[in-house]
Design a protein around this ligand. Structure first.
Ligand code: FES
Length: 218
């Protein structure tokens, strides 16, 4: 991973970048071609928790092609293991009768499937074009500074969260806030650490709707 400097109120701070140049993880890990490909796990050998097996089988029953359940099945395993660990992937592969490699390629492609251990509270700073033009890189750097050591938080840049009209924006455990000013970052970080409602006045869900027939926000 390399770094790019961005000016902030505290001087030049590093925003980490992966080898492919993005601020989000992607394709750093090459396949180990010296290993034999792993086969479909043997159900007699791999222990799968009964509730996880039942959940995966339920997902599989909903699609004409059971492989279509790969994403929700991996998500279910991630919820139990904290990330798509080799053990989690093997359990899903065992139930779905797929190879771990097939599922690892799915997990590696989708941003919300974690292929490394992370904090269980996701905080995403959108760093795509609209947010980036409005200072998202600095927001991410500032938030990284303010949340240093908060191991329960999975803080990272994210590519377009679909709320460009409130750029620059942040998703705090699924709560969208924006536009976020750099001066609000210390308070936002304090709220995240304390588990408080993040920037209530900036939450997307509390914005008045243009539709007069829509329910008013609570
Ligand atoms: S670019 Fe940030 S939400 Fe779309």
């Amino acid at each position: 991973m390399s770094s790019t400097g961005h000016l902030t109120g505290k001087g030049l701070q590093a925003v980490p970048r992966f080898q492919h140049g993005s601020r989000v993880p992607g394709w750093d890990d090459a396949a180990d071609l010296t290993k034999d490909p792993a086969g479909v796990p043997d159900p007699a050998v791999v222990e799968v928790p009964a509730d996880l097996r039942a959940e995966i089988e339920d997902f599989m029953s909903r699609y004409p092609d059971s492989r279509s359940a790969a994403i929700p099945a991996l998500r279910a395993a991630q919820e139990r293991h904290g990330w798509c660990s080799p053990e989690a992937v093997e359990q899903v592969a065992c139930v779905m009768r797929l190879t771990p490699g097939y599922l690892a390629s799915v997990a590696g492609f989708y941003d919300q499937l974690e292929t490394r251990p992370v904090g269980h509270r996701p905080v995403y700073v959108c760093t795509n074009i609209s947010c980036s033009l409005r200072g998202a890189d600095n927001l991410l750097a500032e938030l990284q500074h303010e949340l240093a050591g908060a191991d329960d938080v999975n803080l990272r840049g994210f590519e377009c969260l679909g709320a460009c009209d409130i750029a620059p924006m942040v998703s705090v455990e699924g709560v969208y806030v924006g536009p976020v000013d750099e001066a609000e970052i210390p308070e936002l970080a304090r709220q995240i650490r304390a588990g408080e409602d993040p920037l209530p006045a900036k939450q997307l869900i509390r914005r008045p709707c243009q539709d007069p027939g829509a329910a008013a926000p609570e």
